[in-house]
Design a protein around this ligand. Structure first.
Ligand code: FA5
Ligand code: MG
Length: 414
């Protein structure tokens, strides 16, 4: 028996979750305010309503019990809270079952449950619930290669948009253009889709994702479409972005298999879907060189994103591999000095004495005591780029800073 994400599971011989993966399950990066993935999530949601679902009519608010999340369709957002799902529900569709169930690339809890390996796992259920345009954002788990751009847990945003005939072809009432036909399946289309249906869907899909990409990276960024294969879309594509001398795959997408829509009870609509890897986008956007950094608890990393807004342009500055040394400093301010007057002086003094050994300075506390005397505490994080600092040597610098502050600003150390 195992508890995963608050739920009890009876395990069997298919169980293959490693201790390392179990640790990742407890972390919720998408909810950590100072994680770049959190910022990117907010930014994509912001762009989605402007770019992706522009002109879409028929907005409603719903709650989806099957995936345990709130669905705010006015913003087209929804957040996955659950990391597990029933295989049986997801793999109704035969094609999917062949390709994404392999124990060699999936984490199994037991025969009928595994960790979500991609956000597409929820498509079928949500279409069945009657949704025509939605986003699914969540953590996904894969036994995958190990390198700078792959990690066993990463995050995806899934987008789905369905169209009725008049939405796709922009027809006037009374004018009928069929979406569906009984044709033949070729390299470039499904048997049930007319040439026109396929062409218009493809243009809408690619333009939507290109505009999202432009909104994120600027229109100058180099991108290219590559043909791909996915079990639940045809034709399928991947979008690659040129980054640091290589083409980096950032998303997969395609025209949804009509058979999937039909099995979810939808026969009069067609649609497209995409799945974006959030880490890959954030790596390009913030110039983060290694995917492991997203999991860092080092305040040298997190403090760079703390308090930033999703629209802020910023570049990550590499943190040192050597450990931090942390010292606090508390003092009373002279009677006529306000809190706000002192802070910049303190920062300047610390920086000018500590030089490049100073990684971060934060004001951690300020209060006025019963006698009306103001007091502040600062936390100073020291770290060198080229060696491990000794506590003793840092203590000497720290003392010098305190002395200088006392001399220059008449503070009284506590
Ligand atoms: C999928 O997961 C499809 N479900 C995407 C899709 C959705 C296709 C809807 C069609 C319709 P893929 O395995 O290529 O596709 O992953 C999608 C993206 O996730 C990749 O482009 C990449 O950005 C990211 N990704 C994949 N594996 C990893 C990994 N191990 N670490 C980090 N990012 C990854
Ligand atoms: Mg891929």
């Amino acid at each position: 028996m195992k508890i995963i994400d608050g739920k009890i599971f009876q395990t069997d011989e298919t169980w293959n979750l490693s201790p390392a993966i179990l640790k990742l399950l407890d972390r919720r990066l998408l909810n950590e305010n100072s994680n770049p993935l959190y910022l990117l999530k907010q930014r994509i949601i912001g762009n989605i309503s402007a770019v992706i679902f522009r002109g879409f009519k028929g907005i409603e608010h719903r709650y989806s019990p099957s995936v345990k999340m709130n669905l705010v369709l006015s913003d087209f957002d929804m957040f996955i809270t659950s990391v597990c799902y029933y295989l049986r529900d997801v793999f109704l569709f035969a094609r999917i079952s062949q390709s994404s169930r392999k124990p060699s690339d999936t984490y199994y809890i037991n025969e009928s449950h595994c960790l979500r390996a991609h956000t597409s796992a929820h498509q079928h259920r949500l279409v069945q619930e009657g949704l025509n345009a939605f986003l699914v954002i969540g953590d996904v788990y894969r036994r995958d290669e190990v390198n700078r751009t792959h990690y066993p847990c990463f995050h995806q945003v899934e987008g789905v948009r369905l169209y009725s005939s008049d939405q796709l072809f922009n027809t006037v009432p009374g004018e009928e253009l069929p979406l569906i036909e009984n044709g033949i399946r070729t390299f470039s289309k499904q048997e049930k889709h007319s040439e026109d249906t396929t062409k218009v869907l493809e243009i809408q899909l690619k333009r939507t994702l290109e505009s999202l990409c432009d909104a994120l990276f600027g229109s100058k960024c180099e991108k290219r479409w590559v043909n791909a294969y996915f079990p639940f879309t045809h034709p399928s594509y991947e979008l690659e972005v040129f980054y640091k001398g290589n083409w980096l795959e950032v998303l997969g997408c395609g025209i949804m298999e009509q058979q999937l829509l039909e099995s979810a009870g939808v026969s009069d609509r067609v649609g497209w879907a995409f799945g974006i890897g959030l880490e890959r986008i954030a790596m390009i956007l913030y110039d983060i060189p290694d995917i492991r950094l997203f999991w860092s608890k080092d305040s040298g990393f997190l403090s760079q994103f703390d308090g930033k807004s999703p629209e802020d342009r910023m570049t990550y500055k590499a943190i040192s591999v050597h450990p931090q040394v942390i010292f606090d400093m508390s003092f009373f301010l002279p009677s006529q000095i306000e809190f706000g007057d002192m802070t910049a002086n303190v920062y300047d003094t610390i920086r000018s004495i500590g030089g490049d050994l100073i990684e971060q300075v934060t004001l951690t506390d300020e209060y006025t005591n019963k006698e009306g005397i103001n007091s502040q505490t600062y936390r100073v994080v020291y770290r060198s780029h080229d060696r491990a600092l000794m506590k003793e040597e840092v203590n000497i610098i720290h003392k010098k800073i305190e002395q200088k502050l006392a001399e220059t600003y008449n503070i009284i150390l506590r």
